[in-house]
Design a binder for this molecule. Structure first.
Ligand SMILES: Nc1ncnc2c1ncn2[C@@H]1O[C@H](COP(=O)(O)OP(=O)(O)OP(=O)(O)O)[C@@H](O)[C@H]1O
Length: 778
């Protein structure tokens, strides 16, 4: 079964009421059983006459309430691509012994936390409290129906990944250790070492713990969200259903990811920028993982961020639901497309529906859970039990019959196809063992000897490094550091017998430890520039992208790929400029007149020139960087043709019914009393304006003066110009200004010099200019 994707469009916020809505939920022809909404439609930002549509398992529009998202179990279907609900099928799966992962994904301020956590009132509760409420309800029913023969225990752990470090949310921020908690992989699962696990016997207990822990979550105000989550929050709820000697444990993970941020819009300060870089980086790695999975690449870069290691998309078993949160407004247009593109890929990831196997307790009496608030609470790392004490029925039967259970060898690694790879861990028992932290304490757990400790005791002791590569040594040392950190976190000395290590190795250990603690800070800023560069590139703003790469360069001085990228961009801009000049000359010739040049408008504005732009982009393709994967974001969102026919569930549709846009008209002001001067500065070309280019009437002058103020309130007063058009005009001018800043002959004072230029601007057109003129009586 593949990852299920449920999209939710949030309503307009107060400050957005006058904004343009570009995201719409509709129902596809092959939609849900009752014509349910399952498709998102959004215009192509480069050509408003075209539209993209994305089909998901379900789409919730702006009217959808928290209750709608929940729904009663009776109403859920959740099969065969039909409408699915988020919470109800989750509970079914959990009690059938499957693990469940629900994660909310979206740009900052699109409603992830609102969907997952929700508000305080009953009706405003989000997915998580409703999920827990359902779990307790189902538990009570099971216990009652079985007349006490079955009991259900629920426990939770809750942590955040902040700046790529893992922190226990049951721990106050001031008690955190700087490096955070380490991660470990065991039996194909990634878990956090030293995490608190709290039993919670009732919904009330859960809510108390959850609220308490949420206070510790890192949030801050940004320009786009007054309560922006600065971390990824991961809630793990363990449900253990015991009947007689058999216990079946399943895990629900509810993940509220931090939102991606465009730092030009957030106007983040330094601290927020570092957070933002970390958030964007992890989301970027996630996108890379999804891309690698969908392209069936051998290497999936899970390990490049803690979030992707933990989420393990495509590696985890059971049911995985992605909630795609979207804002409907135009200001999020490109980000929304990028999210939609990501979701479109994610929905194709196959997830194994492997049921957790029951485990059997020995004769030892079942331990009662410690009290929630008592002083005796111990931090229980999630560790598996050994096969000597707990074993699955299947494994027991299989070993009796001399066969190994297939599931017993579900070992995953970064490499695709690892799950089916013959295990080389058989002698260390690679069976898939369910986690049970209730039955044993950390002290009772046997320790697997460390790799290097085993090695040190091997007969090759004296020259054991001889055949080991530098890289391997590095990895071993890094692993050792993690072990030591883990032991520290557990407040206990490492029980691993320490091998005799040389002073040199000891020194390197210390250096490495320092590096682990510091490495993020030093590169975070550079990384921010890289990500911003990529964001500019996605928007087709090559000049700004180049500028960002230049700013990133000092942080990655010897990075050949970065240098190559910059070279490609420089070359592309050079070609662009030349083609622009050439094209302007051609236009002028065909119109038999001298026209000013419109270098940037041609790229960003004129839909009528789309065809020639496409031709040009083919030329640029030759310059495309073949190694673009390194910092790759979802550029596809902006490159219309790359979607076509490639992504199922995605459709590209030109709005054919719309009348073709009128050809650009050139206005001539032949009125008398012409004033030839336009206030100093440059035309849109960035060149100083020649007084003779166009004669201007007072009316023309008035319009141009108003437009050139870039003042929204003034521009809105022009006839036929609403808030949306005014914003487009101002955005366009700023964009041109930014571009001209980097042009050799650029000038800061970018002004619209004629009505012809104005009519070519995005969203304006000849008719609007005519309107503007007719509204002025002089
Ligand atoms: N469905 C909705 N109905 C009403 N208000 C909503 C809805 N979704 C989001 N909001 C409001 O939008 C704002 C942003 O939502 P929220 O904080 O959940 O976004 P987020 O995606 O978690 O952002 P970040 O990534 O920055 O943490 C909040 O004020 C929230 O109350």
């Amino acid at each position: 079964m593949s990852v299920r994707v449920v999209a939710r469009i949030r309503p307009l916020l107060k400050a957005e009421l006058d904004r343009d809505i570009v995201v719409h939920g509709t129902s596809s022809s092959d939609g849900g059983p009752n014509g349910d909404i399952d498709t998102i439609r959004i215009p192509n930002p480069r050509n408003e006459n075209e539209e993209f549509s994305f089909q998901f398992n379900s789409v919730y529009g702006v009217q959808a309430t928290q209750e709608d998202i929940f729904q009663n179990e009776a109403e859920s279907s959740g099969v065969g691509g039909q409408l699915i609900r988020i919470v109800a099928p989750t509970i079914n799966h959990l009690f059938q012994g499957f693990d469940v992962t629900i994660f909310a994904y979206g740009v900052t301020g699109t409603g992830k936390t609102h969907t997952m956590r929700g508000g305080k009132t009953l009706s405003e509760r989000g997915v998580i409290p409703r999920l827990l409420s359902g779990i307790y309800r189902r538990s009570r029913k099971l216990e009652k129906d079985s007349q006490g023969a079955t009991s259900v225990e629920v426990s939770m752990s809750y942590y955040e990944i902040y700046n790529d470090r893992v922190y226990d949310l049951f721990e106050a921020p001031e008690k955190r250790t700087a490096p955070g908690l380490p991660l470990r992989e065991q039996n194909g699962k990634t878990f956090v070492v030293g995490l608190t696990e709290r039993p919670c016997a009732s919904l009330k207990e859960f809510e108390n713990l959850y609220d308490q822990a949420n206070v510790n979550r890192s949030t801050s105000a940004t320009k786009l969200n007054a309560h922006s989550s600065r971390s990824h929050a991961i809630l793990c709820v363990k449900v253990s259903v015991t009947t007689g000697e058999e216990t079946r444990v399943s895990m629900a993970s509810a993940i509220d990811l931090a939102g991606s941020e465009d730092n030009r819009r957030t106007e983040n300060g330094k601290e927020r920028l570092v957070e933002s870089a970390s958030i964007n980086k992890s989301l970027f790695v996630l996108a890379q993982c999804v891309e690698a999975i969908s392209k069936k690449q051998a290497r999936i870069p899970y390990r490049e961020s803690k979030m992707t290691r933990i989420l393990s998309l495509g590696q985890n078993n059971g049911l995985t639901i992605m909630v795609l949160n979207l804002a409907p407004v135009r200001s999020y247009h490109l980000d929304t497309l990028s999210s939609l593109n990501f979701a479109n890929r994610t929905k194709k990831i196959e997830v194994k529906e492997i049921e957790n196997e029951p485990m059997f307790r020995g004769p030892a009496p079942i331990r009662t859970l410690p009290s929630v608030s008592g002083p005796s609470i111990q931090r229980q790392p999630l560790r598996p039990l050994t096969t000597t004490e707990l074993t699955t029925m299947k494994n027991a039967l299989a070993s009796r019959g001399g066969e190994k259970s297939v599931k017993a060898f579900t070992v995953y690694s970064d490499k695709a196809g690892a799950a089916s790879r013959p295990s080389n861990l058989s002698n260390t028992s690679s069976r898939r063992r369910p986690v049970d932290s209730f039955s044993r304490t950390a002290d009772q757990l046997p320790h697997r000897p460390l790799k290097n400790s085993r090695t040190s005791r091997s007969p090759r002791k004296a020259g054991w490094t001889a055949g080991v590569s530098k890289e391997n040594i590095e990895q071993m040392v890094e692993k050792k550091v993690e072990e030591i950190l883990a032991a520290r976190v557990l407040n206990e000395p490492s029980k691993t017998p320490m091998p005799a290590i040389s002073e040199e190795v000891q020194r390197r250990l210390e250096l490495l430890e320092q590096r682990i603690e510091k490495k993020d800070d030093t590169k975070a800023e550079g990384l921010t520039y890289l990500l911003m560069a990529k964001q500019h590139q996605v928007r087709g703003e090559d000049v700004s992208a180049l500028k960002m790469y230049q700013l990133a360069l000092p942080y990655f001085p010897d990075n050949a790929k970065l240098a190559h990228k910059m070279h490609v961009l420089e070359e592309r801009l050079r070609v662009k400029r030349e083609q622009q000049k050439q094209r302007t000359v051609e236009i002028s010739r065909s119109q038999g007149q001298e026209l000013p040049q419109f270098p940037a408008i041609a790229t960003h504005i004129a839909p009528a020139q789309e065809q020639s732009r496409k031709k040009r982009s083919r030329t640029f393709k030759e310059l495309e960087d073949p190694s673009d994967d390194e910092y790759r974001l979802d550029d596809d969102a902006a490159s219309d043709s790359s979607f076509e026919g490639r992504e199922s569930g995605f459709r590209f549709k030109p709005k054919s019914r719309r009348a073709p846009r009128p050809k650009i008209r050139v206005f001539r002001d032949n009125d008398e009393n012409v004033d030839l001067t336009v206030k100093g500065g440059a035309s849109l070309t960035g060149r100083p304006r020649a007084a003779s280019v166009e004669e201007q009437t007072p009316r023309t002058r008035h319009i141009l003066n108003v437009v050139n103020t870039r003042d929204l309130s003034q521009i809105r007063l022009l006839k036929g110009v609403g808030a949306k058009k005014a914003e487009m005009i101002v955005d366009c001018l700023h964009l041109l200004e930014a571009e001209s800043e980097y042009q050799e002959d650029g000038d800061d004072g970018m002004l619209v010099g004629s009505l012809a230029e104005l009519s070519r601007m995005k969203g304006v057109g000849a008719k609007t200019v005519e309107n503007m003129r007719s509204g002025i009586t002089l």
